[in-house]
Design a protein around this ligand. Structure first.
Ligand code: HEM
Length: 449
């Protein structure tokens, strides 16, 4: 594991080669975003890009990423990627500016306190069992769709536990349209295209409206009853700031949509990639089966099993290294400053990419190899090298929620099923702001122990 201490070295800066007149690097970025971004460290630690009319800098060195994320007022939420996400998420926790963030984060943190986790995990376990109950030996499933259904059911249940059938609330359909719509918009550097009344844009707007109505109805129901249902919405309704002030309905709505959007696609992508990696690495899969058979003895995984499932946890960490679902993010420079000794002007967009960091051979030997045992060491990676959940004040609030959900789903499913992607068709990522696999099918085989 990388344990480097980065000296107060000089950091190099360069403009990425190959920019075209007018369009700059936008075509190369749009064509093969992952390969393009992963190739940038070869040019410098801070690499300048032109994306159409926009200038952007990519922080390629872990120490620069650490500094960028440590100074959340100088490098605030905003820029290319965030501005488009804000159109949907409003001023929810993930998209609000630094000035509003401290208060919000303090108010919402208790909803993700570790004491709440066992309650969420019990709901997760039920939803995992429910989603896989219809699986039959020999079935072929669309893996990303199945994992998306699973994480939607889990997130909806943990948000709205009191709703009779939270897992089947019509949030599924609207969230699906919204997630994909946001992903596409974020990758479209040209503003305005999303306002053209195409069928896709109309569907997107309708989905946002539907989701707003569902959450408003649920908020009203909960306010009327007024008890703690052990779920996220109860926590949002009970949240108070230092002056005893609660959240408005509009703020709660933005947080609900944020949790749905932030939690569903990311965890679904992690699970889908995990199944492809396990199928491609049968020796790891065999060791996983041994761990699960020993600890679970055929029953579904529970929260209290997790400490006894270290290989399962390493598989989650290694999957997130190879395929960090949030693979690229942006910040906007609020006041002219310097990053690594290089001046960056106010208003500039700075990008950073967990994918880029995780695939650097100087940080992770044989970076493309799936090797959960690289996490056996107790040394923590140097700050800025491993960042699937971001870093600093804006680090993911749902990290433990997401890793718990992923570990429970992998353990419960792998204990009973092997999932083997249909041969001959390599699984490829979508071209989106989230690193999800394109649809792929797999055969289910019930395991006999
Ligand atoms: C594997 C699953 C997940 C991954 C990889 C992930 C990744 C991330 C990343 C990279 C950030 C930082 C964004 C930035 O710096 O701009 C973030 C923030 C956030 N995530 Fe997650 N996330 C996951 C699961 C979840 C879940 C399950 C929830 C909620 C239920 C959630 C809610 C949030 C929120 C609200 C923020 C904003 C935090 C803040 O600014 O204070 N995430 N996530």
């Amino acid at each position: 594991m990388p344990t480097h201490v980065f000296p107060a070295a000089r950091f190099t800066a360069a403009t990425a080669p190959g920019g075209l007149p007018l369009l700059g690097h936008a075509p190369a970025f749009a064509r093969r975003p992952l390969a393009f971004v992963a190739g940038l460290p070869a040019h410098g630690d801070l690499v300048r890009l032109r994306l159409g009319p926009l200038d952007a800098y990519v922080a390629c060195h872990p120490e620069l990423v650490r500094r960028l994320l440590a100074e959340d007022r100088t490098y605030d939420k905003g820029g290319l990627v965030l501005d488009r996400a804000r159109e949907v998420l409003g001023d929810g926790l993930a998209t609000c500016p630094a000035a509003a963030h401290r208060r919000q984060r303090r108010m919402l943190q208790p909803a993700f306190h570790r004491d709440r986790l066992p309650g969420y995990a019990a709901m997760m376990a039920e939803e995992i069992a429910g989603t896989t109950a219809s699986w039959r030996d020999g079935d072929t499933i669309d893996v990303p769709a199945a994992m998306y259904r699973l994480t939607t059911a889990v997130t909806a249940r943990c948000l709205f536990a009191a709703h009779e059938r939270a897992g089947s609330l019509p949030v599924h359909e609207s969230m699906d349209v919204i997630t994909r719509g946001v992903g596409r918009r974020v990758m479209m550097p040209l503003p305005g295209v999303d306002r053209i009344p195409t069928p896709g844009n109309r569907r997107f707007r309708r989905a946002r409206q539907d989701l707003r109505e569902i959450t408003e109805r649920l908020i009203a129901d909960y306010r009327a009853v007024g008890t703690d249902h052990g779920d996220l919405l109860s926590m949002l309704l009970g949240a108070r700031d230092e002056d005893g002030q609660g959240l408005s309905d509009a703020e709660i709505h933005d947080h609900v949509v944020t949790f749905l959007l932030a939690g569903m696609e990311t965890t679904a992508a992690t699970l889908s990639w995990a199944w492809t990696l396990l199928a491609a690495n049968p020796s790891v899969r065999a060791r996983l089966h041994t761990e699960l058979d020993t600890v679970l003895d055929g029953r579904p995984a529970r929260h209290e099993d997790l400490p006894a499932l270290p290989l399962t946890a390493r598989i989650v960490s290694e999957t997130l290294r190879l395929y960090p679902p949030v693979w690229i993010l942006s910040r906007t420079v609020t006041t002219a400053t310097e990053l690594g000794g290089h001046r960056v002007p106010a208003g500039a967009t700075i990008l950073f990419s967990p994918y880029l960091l995780h695939r650097r051979a100087d940080l992770f030997p044989c970076p493309d190899r799936f090797d959960p045992d690289r996490w056996l060491t107790t040394a923590r990676p140097a700050p800025g090298t491993y960042a699937p959940f971001g870093l600093g004040a804006r680090r993911c609030i749902g990290e433990t929620f997401g890793t718990t959900e992923a570990a429970l789903a992998i353990a419960t499913i792998a204990a009973r099923w092997t999932i083997t992607p249909t041969p001959g068709r390599p699984v490829r990522p979508t071209r989106s702001s989230s690193l999800s696999p394109r649809p792929f099918t797999a055969a289910l085989a019930r395991r006999s122990r």
